[in-house]
Design a protein around this ligand. Structure first.
Ligand SMILES: [Mg+2]
Length: 174
């Protein structure tokens, strides 16, 4: 069960701050693109994405795009950005993630995996043994049956996360 629960859930990627990451010893984010940073329809990064990436860079946190989409999608998205990209990444398999970390000189202990899907992004983070798994809600979900089913299957894990989060807050208040 714990394998499918993210360490932290954020309402949006830009709620994740350098302070939070630094506090957890994170220097690198393996970051999903589709529905995490932009919708499937956005070929290029939005202003909000650019601002967030700039903030990360200014704080010496390296964001590496790790996408299950095809190489062209990632290349066009990252074209105007200095960030490296790896696609297709075949998450939750970790071969590409491991290559990304080794090519950029990071260890899993200083890496967070960020995405919008439990069974690809959170699992990839946990298979990898990443220090943190971070989940955001999908910006604009596809509505086909495959995606609807997947989201339905994610629900119990999200409930679990909220219960654990409540406990965590109660502990902090004590
Ligand atoms: Mg995604």
């Amino acid at each position: 069960m714990a394998f499918s629960i993210p360490d932290y859930f954020f309402d949006s990627f830009d709620r994740i701050t350098p302070a939070f990451l630094t506090e957890h010893g994170i220097r690198c984010i393996l970051c999903d693109i589709d529905n995490t940073l932009v919708t499937y329809d956005d070929a290029e990064p939005t202003e909000a994405v650019r601002n967030w990436l700039n903030t990360m860079r200014e704080n010496r946190i390296t964001v590496i795009f790790l996408s299950n989409n095809n190489g062209d999608r990632a290349r066009i998205f990252a074209n105007s950005l200095p960030n490296p990209y790896y696609a297709p990444a075949s998450k939750p398999l970790t071969k590409t993630a491991k290559r990304a970390l080794s090519e950029h000189g990071f260890t899993k202990n200083e890496t967070a995996v960020l995405g919008d899907q439990i069974f690809t992004d959170v699992w990839a983070g946990n298979f990898l043994g990443a220090a943190l798994t971070l989940l955001v809600p999908p910006i604009k979900d596809k509505t086909n049956l495959f995606f609807r089913t997947k989201r339905l299957l994610e629900k119990p894990f999200l409930r679990c996360y909220r219960r654990r989060e409540k406990k965590r807050q109660t502990r902090e208040e004590v």
